[in-house]
Design a protein around this ligand. Structure first.
Ligand SMILES: Cc1ncc(C[n+]2csc(CCOP(=O)(O)OP(=O)(O)O)c2C)c(N)n1
Length: 172
C-alpha cells in the first residue's frame, strides 16, 4: 500500500481478505443492511480529502449496487473492483451450494463487468485476470493520476476453495 492513501473497504469478502495484511488501516461503511453505500462513502471521503488519494476496494455486487456514486467522484479516487461474478461470500459461508436456486437467488451469479459504468463516469478502466497481469496492472493503477478503476476477475467457483485452503495453511 502506498503511503498517504486513504483506504475504504466494501463489505463482504474484501474485509476478510484485508485481515491477511499486517497493519492495514482503513474504513468500512456498514449501511442499513450491508453492501449499499460503500462506494458513496468513499466518494464523500475522497471529496473531503482532496490532498490525498482514496482507494475503494469492493466486490462486484457492492459496486453495481452503488455505481451511480461514481458519477460524483473527484479525481483522487481509485476504485478496485474484485469481480468474482456474484456474491462470492455466500460460497464461503454456505455449507450446501447445491440447494435449489443457490446461484440465482443467493449468490446472484452474473456475467457483467464494470467497464461501461467506469467509462461513463470518466474513469480510466483497467482489468486483470491473472497474477502476472495483476502485478503490472497494480503498478499502473496506483501511479495513475486521473480517476481510475481496476477490475480484477477471479474464478467464481474457485475463490472459496482458495480462501479455505489458505486459512487451513495459516492454522497449520
Ligand atoms: C443492501 C444489502 N442487500 C443485500 C445484502 C446481502 N449481501 C451480503 S453480502 C452480499 C454479496 C456481496 O457481493 P460482492 O459485493 O460481489 O462481494 P463478494 O461477496 O463477492 O466478496 C449480499 C447481496 C446486504 N448485505 N445489503
Amino acid at each position: 500500500m502506498p503511503q498517504n492513501l486513504q483506504l475504504h473497504l466494501g463489505n463482504s469478502s474484501c474485509v476478510r481478505y484485508a485481515q491477511f495484511f499486517d497493519n492495514l488501516q482503513g474504513f468500512a461503511n456498514r449501511g442499513v443492511s450491508g453492501i449499499e453505500g460503500s462506494l458513496s462513502t468513499a466518494v464523500g471521503a475522497a471529496k473531503a480529502h482532496l490532498d490525498q488519494q482514496t482507494l475503494c476496494v469492493l466486490g462486484d455486487l457492492s459496486f453495481f449496487y452503488d455505481a451511480s456514486a461514481l458519477t460524483y467522484a473527484p479525481k483522487n479516487l481509485k476504485v478496485l473492483v474484485m469481480n468474482n461474478n456474484g456474491g462470492g461470500i455466500f460460497r464461503l459461508i454456505q455449507q450446501d451450494k447445491t440447494v435449489p436456486g443457490f446461484e440465482e437467488f443467493i449468490e446472484g451469479k452474473h456475467e457483467k463487468n464494470a467497464q461501461q459504468l467506469a467509462e461513463h463516469a470518466g474513469f480510466h478502466y483497467q482489468k486483470s485476470s491473472d497474477a502476472d497481469g495483476l502485478v503490472k496492472a497494480l503498478n499502473d493503477f496506483l501511479s495513475h493520476t486521473e480517476p481510475v478503476l481496476l477490475e480484477i476477475f477471479t474464478p467464481r467457483l474457485e475463490n472459496d476453495k482458495v480462501f479455505q485452503h489458505f486459512m487451513q495453511f495459516l492454522k497449520s
